[in-house]
Every structure is written in C-alpha cells, then in structure tokens.
Design a protein around this ligand. Structure first.
Ligand SMILES: Cc1cc2nc3c(=O)[nH]c(=O)nc-3n(C[C@H](O)[C@H](O)[C@H](O)COP(=O)(O)OP(=O)(O)OC[C@H]3O[C@@H](n4cnc5c(N)ncnc54)[C@H](O)[C@@H]3O)c2cc1C
Length: 512
C-alpha cells in the first residue's frame, strides 16, 4: 500500500496546479515544499509595513473565457481570485533614448500605433503580423496535438511556418520584416519578460508573449500572495496534504512504486510523482541516475539556464502619481540595439550605469492590496546580470555571505536606484525600506539553476521538444511541470500543471 497516490515536489505555479488537478480528480496528494512558505516565484515577502512580489508583475488572457481564465476555471478557482485590469491604453511603457512606445490591449490598436509611428514601414508591419497570425494559429493547434511521429509530421505539413520559424532566432524574423532599428527595438522591447536578446530568443517566445498581453494585462487583487492562496485554499478544501520545510533529496522507484526522501530523512511512497523542480535538478540530482535513459541524461547535460537578475525592492513615502508613475510597467533601454544592451549587461565587466531595466509599482496597480500603507508605495526594479559575478559566494550560507558580498550588492543597488531616479526623482532620499536580491537569492529561494529567472533559457534549441514539453522523461509515473516544460511565465506553468496533472490522474485510473 502506498502512502499517497501522488506526490508533488515543489509548490511553484506548476506544482500547485498539478496538485490541484490531481486532488480535484479524487487522488490523495502530498505536496512537499523545500522552503518555509509555498508558491516559489509566487511567494511574496513582507517587510513591515510593505509587501513585495517576486515573480508576478502582470498576467494576460484573463478575461472571462480566455485561455488563462479557462485554466483557472478548470482548476475551480476562477471565482476565488479577483484581478485589476491595468490601463488597456498602455500597460507597458517602452522607453528608449528619445522615443516612447506604449504597448496596449488589442491587436488592431497595437498595429495602428505601429503604423502611426512608422508609416514608412507599412509593408514590414503587415508581414510581421502575417507571421504572427500563422505562428499563433499553429501554437493553438499544437495544444491539442497528441500522438507520435506521424501525427507530428501531419501537424508540421499543415503549419509550414512552424518548420521555418520554430528553429530560428527572433532577430532573423525582425530582419526579414524591417531594417528600421527603432521599429525592431519596439517589436522586441518586451524581451525582459523572457530575458533574451533578439539574436538569441526563439521566434516562438516573443510572439507568444505578445499574444498573451494583447488580450490585456491584469494584476491579482492582493498581489501574488492572493493568487497563490487561491490554490492553497482549494487544495486544503480538497484534502491535499501540504508540507513546507520538506526539501526532497531523492526519488527512487521500486517496482511500480516511488519512494521519496526528504533532507530530514522522512520517507513517503506514491504511485505517481510530479516534480516542479527544474528538470536539470530533478533528473540530474534527485532521481537515481540508473533510472534516467541516456538520451534524457544527455539532454539534461546540454540544457542552459536562463539569465539571473538583480532586484531592488523599495518602500517609499513619495507621492508616485504626482511624479507621473502609473500602473504601467516601465521597460527602460539606453539604446535601440537591444542585442548590445544584453551583451553589456551580461559582460564580465559590469557597466558604469544600468543600460536596461524594468521598473514597476505594485501599489499603483492595486492601491488597496496591502502592498504599502496609505500615502506610501512599493517600487520593484530589476535588471539582468550574469550568475558568474556572484559565483564566488555560491557556497556561503544565505544571510552570511560576508561584507564583500554586501558591499557589492550595495554598489549594484545604488546604481539601479540612481538610474531609476530618472522616473522617480528623489527616490534615494525617500526610501523607507530597501532590499536587494541577486541570482543567489533565486537559487536559495526557489532552487533556480544558477539563479535563472525563467527555467532553461528559451533559445530555438530549448523550446518545444528542446525542453520537457511532453512532461515526461522516460520514467513511467514521473512527470515534470513548471518553467522547464512549456516555458517560463505563470500561465505556461499553470498549463503544465493542469496537463501533466491530468495525465498523471489518467495513469492512476481516475475518472474525469
Ligand atoms: C523577476 C521575475 C519577474 C517575473 N514576472 C512575471 C510576470 O509578471 N508574469 C508572469 O507570467 N511570469 C513572470 N515571471 C515568471 C514566473 O514567475 C515563473 O516562470 C513561474 O512562477 C515559475 O513557476 P514554476 O512552476 O516553474 O515554479 P517555481 O516558482 O520555480 O517554484 C519551484 C518551487 O519548487 C521548490 N523546490 C525546489 N527544489 C525542491 C526540492 N528539492 N524539494 C522540495 N521543493 C523544492 C522551490 O522552493 C519552489 O517553491 C517572472 C519571473 C521573475 C524571476
């Protein structure tokens, strides 16, 4: 007799969704989380009187009947969390040296804005949307694609654009449609949401992210914690067991049964296991290597993590609306050449300033959400930085990394705040709380490989079959979910949990 029908390891968006899917199908479920709180990148942190988010700034496709709403509805929680819709006329501000573009809801409106600002590029813009429509149609069809090689061949013949575009970098598509570097920059300015420059990102990712946000942008009332709690409450009502401070260190399979062991030496058995831990760690460290087929081992060795980030979390008593800060996210770039900006950010020598960063105020999105007391605000700013700058402190325990680490963080942080004063003058004198996070924080808090923000990086060779999009790794009963499967981003991770959870439930013989 196994202890549970299913064990889910890790409580990020993917793990929570898988656990909820299984528990709704009647499976007994144990959810094991390494950290003291649940949620992974959805887990907020509180520094009185402020509350900060880590990995949720805005979500798309949440209007009633749209894909993300439907996923939440399938999970039975679409009415358990409310969302604020961000300004449909411009929820993302792309700011370049002497030009600003506001990304808005609605493909037509977005296209008209591009035509207004780039009238000479009409043909290129049309071509861009032509490719966009084809790829999105193919992506929709791929979600219902099942079966083996022949079925996949049939799919590709029906969608030849996928053959052409799925394996090339986004820069190639941009060069195909326009040589106007300003237009190219606008078409790429959301790259912070996946952390790759156009020369390296798979075409599929920037287009999918467009599609996600063209349906409008939303922010959960109460922040990422309220979103996470909707899952936790539903899991509790369904009788799922949840244990925090339970880091899994080993997954073994004996016959048809999995045995899971935690760092504290607790052992549990289950018929199926779903891991929300990065595939490189699940298959490279947790699972007995003898169980992992050699093809999968090679894939795991090849996978490269996404970029790390440096954050500043700030509580301030400044009156942000009077300074022109709204609910819109700011994507700041010092140059129109975004490949150059990424090269500078990831170089071995750190730049003087901060040539590219993302700035947002959660308290402006949701003024009554408990982020900050009255007349105060929270501001979150991040930029990308390579893990190598922090590697020498990787083996020191969190909070005890020493003075040199603290000095380095302070130096980086001051640079970021100084850059942000362009938008929030006087910020450095009005910080009631400031705290920094580095790629080592990501590594510590969510077990992200080399502190990566979005799972394995989304280059052409690491999307679709290049990651673990089938949720399996050749070990019957073991499923993978989270950013290492369909991709980074909360909707993709929730989708992975619903789909993989459904397959695990079928394997357990549970009826719909
Ligand atoms: C700065 C930043 C901003 C972002 N903004 C947005 C946004 O606005 N919108 C959006 O859609 N996406 C955003 N994302 C991406 C999104 O947050 C993530 O892709 C998504 O939340 C990842 O979910 P996951 O299922 O992969 O799990 P994760 O959140 O990575 O969580 C994994 C969990 O597993 C646990 N775990 C790991 N190892 C073990 C173990 N051995 N035993 C037990 N537990 C373990 C971890 O502690 C963690 O809780 C952002 C990400 C970052 C970094």
């Amino acid at each position: 007799m196994t202890d549970y029908q299913a064990i889910v390891i890790g409580s990020g968006a993917g793990g929570l969704s898988a656990a909820l899917t299984l528990s709704r199908r009647g499976s007994s479920v144990l959810l094991l989380e390494a950290m003291p709180s649940f949620g992974g990148y959805l887990n907020p942190f509180r520094r009185k009187p402020y509350t900060f988010n880590t990995g949720l700034h805005y979500l798309g496709e949440l209007g009633k009947g749209e894909p993300f709403w439907s996923l939440l509805d399938t999970l039975g929680i679409s009415d358990k969390v409310s969302f604020v819709e961000l300004d449909p006329d411009g929820f993302d501000r792309y700011i370049f040296p002497d030009y600003e573009f506001r990304f808005c809801k609605g493909k037509e409106r977005f296209r008209e804005r591009l035509m207004r600002d780039f009238p000479k590029e009409e043909r290129g813009i049309k071509r861009f949307f032509n490719v966009f429509d084809k790829i999105m149609k193919a992506m929709d069809a791929s979600m219902s694609q099942e079966g083996g090689l022949f079925s996949m061949l049939g799919f590709l013949l029906k969608h030849p654009s996928m053959i052409k575009y799925s394996r090339i970098p986004y820069q190639k598509l941009l060069d195909e449609v326009t040589s106007d570097r300003r237009l190219q920059a606008v078409l790429n300015a959301h790259c912070g949401t996946y952390g790759l420059p156009p020369a390296r990102a798979s075409v599929i990712i920037p287009l999918s992210v467009w599609s996600h946000y063209l349906a409008g942008a939303y922010y959960p009332k109460g922040g990422s914690g309220a979103f996470r709690d909707a899952f936790l409450n539903a899991l509790k009502s369904n009788g799922a067991e949840m244990k925090s401070r339970s880091r899994v260190v080993r997954i073994e399979k004996r016959g048809n049964e999995f045995q899971i062991e935690t760092e504290a030496g607790e052992k549990y058995t289950a018929r199926v296991v779903i891991s929300d831990v990065d595939p490189v760690l699940t298959l490279g460290k947790l699972v007995d290597p003898q169980m992992v087929p050699s093809k999968v081992q090679n894939k795991v060795k090849r996978l490269r993590p996404s970029v790390g980030a440096f954050w500043a979390f700030i509580g301030t008593d400044l009156d942000l609306p009077s300074l022109g800060i709204t609910d819109a996210n700011i994507h700041h770039y010092d140059d129109f050449d975004l490949n150059k900006i990424y090269d500078t950010l990831n170089a071995s020598t750190l730049p003087e300033g901060v040539p590219g960063y993302f700035l947002t105020s959660p308290s402006m999105k949701d003024p009554n959400g408990g982020h900050a007391p009255q007349n105060h605000h929270t501001v979150e700013i991040f930029t990308f930085i390579d893990y190598s700058h922090f590697e020498r402190w990787a083996n020191s325990p969190s909070m005890k990394r020493g003075e040199e680490y603290e000095r380095f963080k302070e130096q980086m942080g001051q640079r970021l705040v100084k850059a942000a004063e362009r938008y929030i003058p006087g910020l450095s004198e009005h910080m009631k709380h400031i705290e920094y996070a580095t790629p080592l924080s990501n590594e510590y808090w969510v077990n992200a490989v080399r502190g990566g923000c979005y799972g394995p990086e989304e280059t052409p060779d690491q999307v679709g079959p290049g990651r673990f999009s089938s949720f399996t790794a050749g070990i019957e009963g073991l499923f993978l979910v989270g950013a290492g499967t369909l991709g980074g981003g909360i909707m993709a991770c929730v989708a992975s949990g619903v789909l993989a959870g459904g397959r695990a439930a079928s394997l357990l013989g549970l009826k719909l």
